[in-house]
Design a protein around this ligand. Structure first.
Ligand code: GLV
Length: 321
């Protein structure tokens, strides 16, 4: 076997079979990430690295990995990888966009509905024996149909959320680095400055990647611009939101609700105040977690890795050789 590869978690059986047929792959056996020193050691002489978004692939690791030709991540977001360090060493970096777009948009929409209709509270209410009768004012939430949705970042996933929103007769406002005239025509979406979106949206859904610019994009000032009934949905990256400011905004009633698939830190420790908030829902970063999507992501990550080892262009590259 000419190539050696370190894989930071087990993949799906089909993806492992494909990878094992091509190279000598070593899999980290635990569900939790390998400790950093193990990651460093295993990568030092490897030709390829197949990793997840919870593995810190920083400049130090990249510089010490003397044979590394390719880093293949099973995710679309690559904020855990130092891309500049990889490019400087001509290491290709692959990711798994597109095929997770719909699954992630579905989950974002599930969070929108769950927050607006207080599903977490309603499930607890029924389970815990509080359901005594049909109550005219029991567990009142907010309408999703006809509401104004503010999409921060109209990329692949943001656009897929917008399409779903159209089916709910929502008015769509968005911010993005570029204009999307076709989507504006198709969905009636309107590009507006962030402050305008925050002031006017009933529901705000975040779909930007985590970068130096988007880190802490939603903080105390932005919460003060939102409606007191506003629902904030984050299925992008936790650090786009300032967590402390979010807790304050939820506690003080400055905003109505938050529904989070991603948090900062991640995982969110069990003692975190966000879990105590009746007006917050937290799920453990499951945006793309459908059986078919994760199978496809694993296979694409293997394809990216093999292409990188062979010196071919990656099917989905963030950094090409
Ligand atoms: C998940 O968060 C991903 O980036 O694919």
């Amino acid at each position: 076997m000419p190539y050696s590869v370190f894989v930071t978690r087990h993949l799906t059986p089909q993806a492992e079979e494909k990878l094992n047929a091509f190279c000598q792959a070593e899999y980290w056996p635990e569900d939790t990430p390998p400790p950093y020193d193990v990651l460093l050691e295993k990568t030092r002489h490897a030709d390829g690295l197949l990793c997840l978004l919870s593995d810190p692939i920083n400049a130090n690791l990249i510089q010490q990995a003397e044979n590394l030709k390719v880093i293949s991540q099973v995710a679309v977001g690559v904020d855990n990888i130092d891309l500049e360090a990889a490019a400087a060493r001509q290491i290709a970096v692959g990711h798994t966009p597109d095929l997770l777009t719909d699954a992630t948009a579905d989950l974002a929409f599930a969070l929108i509905l769950a927050a607006a209709r207080r599903l977490g509270e309603a499930i607890d209410y029924a389970r815990s024996g509080h359901w005594k009768t049909w109550g005219l004012t029991t567990l009142l939430g907010e309408s999703v149909h006809g509401a104004t949705l503010g999409i921060v970042g109209l990329g692949r996933i943001g656009s897929a959320v917008a399409r779903r929103a159209k089916g709910f007769d929502m008015r769509i406002l968005y911010t993005d680095n570029s204009e999307h005239p076709e989507l504006e025509r198709e969905l009636g979406a309107e590009r507006v400055p962030l402050a305008h979106l925050l002031e006017n949206a009933d529901i705000i859904s975040l779909h930007v990647p985590l970068t130096e610019t988007t880190k802490g994009l939603i903080g105390a000032e932005q919460f003060s611009q939102m409606k007191p009934t506003a629902i904030l949905v984050n299925a992008a990256r936790g650090a786009v939101v300032n967590t402390e400011a979010l807790v304050t905004a939820l506690k003080s009633g400055q905003i109505g609700y938050a529904a989070l698939d991603v948090t900062d830190p991640e995982p969110l420790p069990p003692s975190h105040p966000l879990y105590q908030q009746p007006n917050a829902i937290v799920v453990p970063h499951i945006g793309s977690a459908t059986r078919t999507t994760r199978e496809q992501m694993s296979l694409l990550a293997v394809d990216n890795l093999i292409a990188g080892l062979e010196g071919r262009p990656l099917p989905k590259a963030v950094v090409q050789h």
